[in-house]
Write a protein that binds this ligand. Structure first.
Ligand SMILES: [Zn+2]
Length: 263
């Protein structure tokens, strides 16, 4: 099997295990041919996402990924684009061979992204001979790239856990997920029957005089339950025992509580 310059296997999209064509997270920008699926995509799309936010807004149709070709000007060496392990960002503004296309502040922001990736990503602006400032590529093997992908997943989960919950008054998946995170139960954003979250809530309410059976039930919407009544009492609002299907003052109070980071 052929290999690209960085040692990753190169070939057709199928032979390299498929391409991930999802947009750069938080944007509609796509790298038309995508990048290598899995951890490689996690890392390279993360680089593109941070580039978009901290270096320069990405432009549609100016960002590229997989491309089965040789290094420009080389007779034999396959480009890292041929293994789906390189991306080009805002290519026209940062053409191959041109140095100094980013200002000092932008270069500092690029350095921060590279630092986060612990040496797994190289920037074409750091090439000693011919600069390629649009270009970012992986220079480590799969096990190192997996570590960076894991670091990115942790950073994303952490950011999501600290983002302010929208106070919608609705018991939506985001609210359930945050409640689950705070109660240390599996965070899938859904209340099952029975539910680990509801059990944890019932146990907690029992510490506050709830006298509830810990059965993981009782948060069904629209019917009167002891669990809802105890929850309302705990939150300091009128204990009707009913959690309406639509917007509710109980959920709004709950969301405000969860936004303090506790229940
Ligand atoms: Zn490139």
């Amino acid at each position: 099997m052929a290999h690209s310059q960085n040692g990753w296997s190169a070939g057709t999209p199928t032979t390299i295990g498929g391409l991930d064509k999802s947009p750069v997270p938080g944007t509609k920008i796509k790298l038309p041919q995508g990048v290598r699926k899995g951890d490689v995509a996690t890392v390279l799309l993360y680089v593109a996402e941070r580039f978009h936010h901290s270096v320069e807004a990405l432009h549609a149709d100016q960002c590229w990924g997989y491309n089965y070709r040789k290094v420009r000007g080389s007779e034999s060496t396959l480009s890292n684009h041929a293994s789906g392990t390189a991306i080009d960002l805002n290519a026209p503004a940062h053409p191959l061979g041109k140095a100094g296309t980013f200002n000092a502040k932008q270069v500092a922001a690029i350095r921060k992204i590279l630092d986060f990736c612990d040496g797994a990503v190289r920037w074409g602006g750091d090439y000693r001979t011919r600069k390629d400032e649009m270009h970012f590529e992986l220079i480590k093997d799969a096990s190192d790239v997996a570590l960076i992908a894991k670091k990115i997943h942790v950073a994303r989960a952490d950011a999501a856990a600290h983002a302010k919950l929208a106070e919608t008054s609705l018991l939506d998946p985001a609210t359930i997920r945050r409640w689950q995170q705070i109660m240390h139960t599996p965070a899938d954003g859904a209340i099952h029957e029975p539910s680990d979250l509801v059990k944890a809530v019932q146990r907690h309410l029992n510490k506050h005089g709830g006298k509830l059976t810990v059965d993981g039930l009782g948060l069904a919407r629209g019917t009167k339950t002891k669990t809802v009544a105890a929850l309302q009492k705990y939150l300091g609002i009128r204990a009707t025992g009913i959690l309406p299907k639509g917007k509710s003052a109980t959920v709004l109070t709950l969301q405000k509580r969860l936004n303090t980071g506790t229940f």
